[in-house]
Design a protein around this ligand. Structure first.
Ligand SMILES: Cc1ncc(COP(=O)(O)O)c(C=O)c1O
Length: 462
């Protein structure tokens, strides 16, 4: 291992990084990114990388967009901070909420702003509890997430999340948070089971879970349209229509976590439009501002707003809010991002690029190291396996996914490896046809190099 650079050493000695083995990180150090333009970022040595993950599934308009920079600068000059507490307001938040109501795929009464996807989902949980208290149903409080669902890391959001590393030794999930099965046909369908039959079985299992818990105690179900951090899992055909029927039957509120899928990722404004379901409320973040500044929100239906009114009449105040929720500079940037999405037909561009992206992903699905290539729109996952026929995974400690990420970086491509050695792809939505080809050319070379390494080290045999 070459010695760490001065900047890398300072990093290792000063920062705690999320989502890394902190012990191994001390030896390997970080990849330090210095600047970006379009879909490309550059490290401190000046080496370019295609940002195949749009940062963390978020920089939809790519890097260096001067219009967004200008929107932020102009708003900072005019009014650098204002809040929405205690009856105050400001123009950017009002206008953004109006725009979001226009864009929304279902009727939205009001928008509540926060700063991160986790805060949005924590807010969803609190509002559902509030709702059921207002409706005189104090027992109806349990929330059902899904195994491999990802909803963030704050205490309630991490409880919604269905990934072991977000729970282990954090003493989570909290009581009252349940997890339904993961809708991944490749891994969990019975032999010969069609996608439709598998979807029916998952819906029947959810129904049974709710009945076993007592429907009078189950308040809400939360789902991402396509799971992201759990490994880019596209649900089986007819899944959401069948799941929605179960929620309706038991009067279970359906929360749609659009933190990744929202704003064009699947080729429509919201993921639920591509997957054909109508949620009760929606969490948004990430591409809302194309990640130029932090901003997130909850899109609230009228029924829930009425409950907030009733509770604040009873208690005297709606006791929830974040200092920076709806920050005017973030809101101004989000407004500009939405203007660009519409003007430059960015969601349509994603839809037009999707067949090429999915085709090249499908070709890589044939690679000897890949068990399944899967995706929808401009999001994709490649599940690496030790044995393609039996679908046997590599051992976690072999770190095959992490090594593939390094080979990709050597080729000038940033991808991510999530649990189960799934390489994830989620490029900026402004990516062009030739950039998609270049991305997959680099990824193919990285996979070939990973396969050579796996063969040399005999990792598939153990
Ligand atoms: C679907 C989904 N929900 C929520 C979150 C949490 O968002 P944040 O990291 O902004 O708290 C994420 C983050 O990746 C996400 O992918």
């Amino acid at each position: 291992m070459p010695p760490l650079s001065n900047l890398a050493t300072r990093d290792v000695e000063t920062l705690v990084h999320p989502y890394i083995n902190l012990a191994g990180f001390r030896e390997n150090g970080p990849l330090i990114i210095e600047r970006g333009h379009g879909v490309t970022v550059y490290d401190t040595e000046g080496k370019p990388y295609i940002e195949g993950m749009a940062g963390l599934w978020c920089t939809a308009l790519g890097y260096g967009n001067e219009e967004l920079v200008e929107a932020a600068a102009a708003q900072m000059r005019k009014l650098s901070f204002a809040h929405l507490f205690t009856g105050k307001s400001h123009d950017p938040a009002i206008e953004l909420a109006e725009k979001l109501k226009e864009l929304a795929p279902v009727p939205v009464s009001k928008v509540f702003f926060c700063n991160s996807g986790s805060e949005a989902n924590d807010t969803q949980v609190k509002l559902v509890w509030y709702l059921n208290n207002a409706l005189g149903r104090p027992r109806k409080k349990k929330i059902v997430g899904r195994i491999k669902g990802y909803h963030g890391v704050t205490v309630a959001a991490a409880s919604l999340t269905g990934l072991p590393a977000n729970h282990a030794d954090f003493d989570l999930p909290l009581p009252g948070f349940l997890h339904a099965a993961c809708p991944h046909h490749y891994r969990f369908a019975e032999p010969g089971e069609s996608e439709e039959d598998y979807a029916s079985r998952l819906a029947a299992e959810l129904d049974a879970l709710i009945v076993a818990q007592d429907p009078d105690t189950v308040a809400a179900f939360i789902a991402e349209p396509v799971m992201g951090a759990g490994g880019v899992i596209v649900p089986p055909r007819t899944y959401f229509e069948k799941i929605m029927a179960v929620c309706t039957r038991h009067d279970v509120f359906m929360i749609d976590d659009e933190v990744i899928c929202g704003f064009g990722r699947l080729g429509t404004a919201f993921g639920c439009e591509t997957l054909g379901f109508r949620p009760d409320s929606i969490s948004i973040a990430k591409a809302l501002s194309s990640a130029y500044l932090p901003i997130a929100g909850v899109m609230i239906p009228e029924t829930m707003y009425q409950a907030l009114l009733a509770e604040s009449r009873k208690i005297g105040v709606f006791g929830h809010g974040f200092t920076y929720g709806g920050h005017p500079v973030s809101a101004a940037v989000a407004l500009k991002a939405i203007e660009i999405y519409r003007r430059d037909r960015i969601f349509e561009n994603a839809a037009e690029r999707a067949p090429q992206f999915q085709k090249r992903l499908g070709v890589l699905g044939e690679h000897p190291l890949v068990g399944e290539g899967r995706g929808l729109g401009l999001i994709g996952g490649l599940e690496l396996v030790a044995d393609k026929r039996t679908k046997r995974s590599f051992l976690p400690q072999q770190l095959v996914g992490a090594r593939a990420v390094q080979f990709a970086e050597a080729e000038g491509l940033i991808v991510r490896s999530v649990i189960g050695d799934v390489l994830t792809l989620c490029p900026p939505l402004v990516i062009t046809a030739s950039e998609i080809d270049e991305l997959f050319d680099r990824l193919t070379r990285a996979l070939d190099n990973t396969l050579d390494w796996v063969t040399r080290e005999r990792l598939a045999q153990t």
